[in-house]
Design a protein around this ligand. Structure first.
Ligand code: SF4
Length: 321
């Protein structure tokens, strides 16, 4: 059974009587032990997808308007807020880009971590909880973990706060882990350590991982499959091998051209995709990538492409001009 099934997810920002589409028709599935990379530039809707799955959309201003979300076969959209909260932190967890989002600034980190266990594993003794906490912090590269447990979040550096949050998300070995750019603020050694930990968790206990990043290079090492998102839609989804070996969508090709390669000289200028991700309020017909696409045709400017054989582009499938 899939750990996560998302079908036709749509999310709108609602302002009075006006609704602005932020996500449109997002379909994703994740199996146990699988890592799915969700890639795309800032503003493409990756974080919003993660928040919608977790039930953490900033309602009522931003709300799910369509679609289904299933976690281990159970509909998330029909669960009570309390039942959904119960799932967060135990069966599903999210590591945020900004650690202060997840940490309570007026509570020592040790007691925040211990609370998780007290709520979700009430049978564990306090000494076992303490041992698990110390081990969990050591696993994410926190030195002197016993001393750090008594710190408040503001007493820690940004990198340490990030590792505390990662330790918190991994503590109860969730079935689904959503990582939103989790290692951006960390130095490369700790980054490698954290990625290794996520990989181990996924392999050994079958955690399904949705890894959100703008860095396709990280996904080459970590992901089994990659979904590329643009302007609130999935535009390509392939195995990690196929994404790197034969990307179909012009946007994916552009993202890959912008990654530095070891066989390039230091003087080589990286290719960039011209222009920017359109604002959700920008009226654009057809394929929303067309103003930036060097292969756009007249069809692209007025008809939205459907996902066929892993790519939503008029250059593929039956939808040629
Ligand atoms: Fe480019 Fe057209 Fe494909 Fe969109 S549908 S990516 S504009 S070729």
């Amino acid at each position: 059974m899939s750990v996560l099934e998302i079908e036709a997810l749509s999310v709108d920002a609602v302002d009075g009587t006006q609704a602005v589409p932020l996500l449109r028709g997002v379909d994703l599935t994740l199996s146990p032990g699988e890592t799915l990379g969700l890639a795309g530039e800032s503003g493409s809707g990756k974080t919003l997808t993660g928040l919608a799955i977790m039930g953490l959309l900033p309602q009522p201003a931003v709300r799910m308007t369509q679609g289904t979300l299933r976690f281990q076969g159970q509909s998330l959209t029909t669960l009570s807020p309390k039942a959904r909260q119960q799932l967060r932190g135990s069966a599903m967890a999210m590591i945020f880009q900004e650690p202060m989002t997840a940490l309570n600034p007026v509570q020592r980190v040790g007691s925040q971590l211990a609370e998780l266990y007290q709520i979700h594993r009430p049978n564990l003794s306090s000494s076992t909880i303490r041992q698990e906490l110390i081990q969990g912090l050591a696993n994410v590269g926190v030195s002197e973990p016993e001393r750090r447990l008594t710190s408040y979040p503001h007493e820690l550096s940004g990198g340490l706060r990030q590792r505390m949050m990662i330790a918190m998300a991994l503590a109860l070995k969730p079935r689904l882990l959503i990582c939103d750019e989790p290692t951006t603020a960390l130095d490369v050694t700790i980054q490698a350590q954290v990625l290794d930990l996520i990989r181990t968790l996924s392999r050994e206990i079958g955690t399904a991982v949705l890894f959100i990043t703008h860095d396709l290079g990280v996904l080459a090492e970590l992901a089994d499959r990659v979904a590329v998102m643009y302007a609130g839609r999935i535009v390509e989804e392939q195995s990690v091998w196929d994404i790197f070996a034969s990307p179909k969508h012009p946007y994916t090709q552009g993202l890959l051209r912008s990654i530095p390669r070891l066989d390039q000289s230091a003087q080589t200028r990286l290719a960039i995709i011209p222009g920017q991700v359109p604002q959700p309020t920008e009226p654009l017909s057809g394929c929303r990538f067309h103003p930036r696409c060097d292969q756009a045709t007249a069809l692209c400017r007025h008809t939205q492409p459907r996902m066929i054989d892993g790519a939503a582009c008029h250059l593929f499938g039956e939808q040629t001009c």
